[in-house]
Design a protein around this ligand. Sequence first.
Ligand SMILES: Cc1ncc(COP(=O)(O)O)c(C=O)c1O
Length: 377
Amino acid sequence: MVTQPVVHGGRVHQVAKAFRRSVDSFMDFSASINPLGPPASVLRAMQQAIPACGHYPDPSAEGLRKRLAKEHGISSDSIALGNGSSELIRNLPLALSLRHGYVAAPTFMEYEESLYLAGARCTHVLANSGEQYAPPMEELSLLVDAICFSSQKAACKDGESHTAVFVCNPNSPTGRVVTARSLRTLYRKIEEAGLWMVVDEAFIDFCPSYSLIKEISTARRLLILRSFTKFYGMPGIRLGYLVGAPETVARIRRLLPPWSVSHFAQVAGVAAVGDVRYRQRSVKFMRQERPRFIRQLRAVSGLRVIPTSANFVMVELPSTCVTAGLVARLARQGILVRDCQTFSGMTQPALRLAIRHPRDNNRVIHALKKALREGWD
Ligand SMILES: Cc1ncc(COP(=O)(O)O)c(C=O)c1O
């Protein structure tokens, strides 16, 4: 059971207050947000939406759901929108009456937190440092086999399984990705066993070929989470969605408060999805900057760089490193990074670094080099 509140990256407001500095004076590598920032089309759409503030937003957000449905080639009643995908994650275990979640870890802590808050158990299935945190697909597969042959099988046959497997793809904080083929194989087993599979694709727009979203209409026990936060660089707007079978989606929508997605978020979402050029620019930027940043990180003595398909990189630090000391030292220099030791199942000291503009990335590399040479206290 998590006894402390879950820690997240992106705590720039709190840190700025503690250091009595402005938010803008920090370079935030701790939240993995597209450095191209919110699309201009999104800002324009929100400006035009100001007069509508005097009305409640459409509680069903039909316009945005239809736009997303068209984009993904699915039906609009397979989509639930949330005030960030974290709102949907928080409600998932309750909506599915989960009693147990198997979570591929180390990963985003909200799956674990929401399971506990719903009174369910959480079992981590761990990737390990020796294998560069390759997602534990074989272990998950064996586990589903075991569940299938265990006493829970009876419950599964009722079609009322209370167990779900959670996979974040690409995974945060490791950056590792699972192929759609491998996930599909796991999903078939999960469906046969009558369990649920939840795939969080919050970062998938940076590597869209890995997505399972096109298969949603034939996969009744699959739920996919998506976020506008990371790829569209709009964490402050709060918008995410979940895709699944319409009857399951209806269960989740019933739990959400009315109007949890503001009018601004709805128009921002429609503009973002329609902005093909922004999407192309972002993918191209990341394809260029990611290998450059990784090459530079690999040249820093003491760092072990984990392969990534996302817009962030996890680096392991020397085992003697006091990560909190290093994080504090960098913060004093105006550089925020994510300490990965707060993720359940992490055994090595490690940092997660967002991939930002080349000039910022060069600065964090320089600062890391210096800190690893001079010490972190
Ligand atoms: C893997 C993952 N999923 C979901 C979220 C939630 O994003 P949001 O609520 O902003 O959509 C985050 C945020 O950090 C995340 O890292």
